[in-house]
Design a protein around this ligand. Sequence first.
Ligand code: ZN
Length: 435
Amino acid sequence: MLALAAVAGCSNRAGDTRDNVVLVMVDTLRADHLGCYGYQRDTSPNLDRLATAGVLFENFYSVAPWTNPAIASLFTGRYPRAVFPPLPHKKAIGIPLPSQLPTLAERLQEAGYRTVALVDHPGINPELQFDQGFEQWYSLFEDGGFDIWTVTDSDFVLDQLLVALDELGDETFFLYLHLVYPHRPYAPPAPFDSMFGSSATKTGRAHRQEMVNAYDGEIRYTDELIGRLVEVLGERQLTQSTWLMVTSDHGEGFWEHNQAEHGNSLFNELTRIPMILVPPQKERVAGLRVKTPASLVDLKPTILGLAGLEPEKELEGRDLRTSWSNPDDFEAPRWLFLASPHSQDVEAAAVVRGDLKYIDRLPWRQARPALFDLAEDPDEKRNLVGISPRTAEMRRRLRAHLIQTEQLRSGLLEEDEVELDKEVLERLRALGYLQ
Ligand SMILES: [Zn+2]
């Protein structure tokens, strides 16, 4: 299933002044493990260069702590609870992306963009309807020639990328590249396996440092691939006409709050992700660093905006370009929401407003809620519930959001759970999605 059928009509670059969009989704990449976000280790020389050439969002949030709801939000522009019903994790991995909602790729395709996805994550697949709007879908993990316990070789990914770009020719395109390397199992190939010290052969809290070493090696491996992607865009003279965006779907925990991996909480090690946006060179915003909090739900309005399209009315995201074109608007206070509607069978939800972050569990009061002042307490250790007078306001706003998203979701037709095929389930198990 290397390339699914090409079905859409073609746009023609001749006379089309719109820019291309390349969106690189690096799974499981926490922001604070990148040099450009202050990390001490040299994990990200290429991403650091991109940040210098473009715009870096310092306080960028995912909307969920695991892949499927985060990608569903990215594609639809809705918050997770407005897309998927809350279900136990085992069922949730079989819930398709609703077909009634216009996805980012569908909107762009209707507007004449060529749309291509190269995806190395088994959970983001055509069976679950994530391919809506993509005329070409490359499932990299299926065709990389590697077994489920090792990673798809980055040379293979690059080859597929070149095939996809050849196919696009000089037509205006949206290319979505979803890389999975920093996801567990942490198994970077040499020399990345020993670049930051000895790598983990075992997991568990006693092996924490080796796990971090290997995770960082995976990041550096990914960074090299992104460097090669940038070279390819340059060689093809696409730099002047392409918006390059690099982000993630969630981070990864290493026992900062007594838990490892992801899916199990809404603390910042899982929810603060990188966002680097490199506009075509004509935009002249090199080196801008934006402090105002922003979110994965902002990407759809941003990409639609630069394509000259209006986002759907119910979307709450902001166009990230206004951070430099209209900073007063962009910096206006806003509410950002996070939720894990069906994550490891733990339901949690959170709201961010400026430096404040409030986290609650569902059903309400099952566990003690938490409020943190991220400016003074970036590690989220000092709970201000009962101390800060802002607690009630944050809780009220979060509850209102949950009611509102519930209403939005109730307007959707029920989508049947998909019976995933055995091989996909095996791959998901290898990534830790199933016991
Ligand atoms: Zn993920």
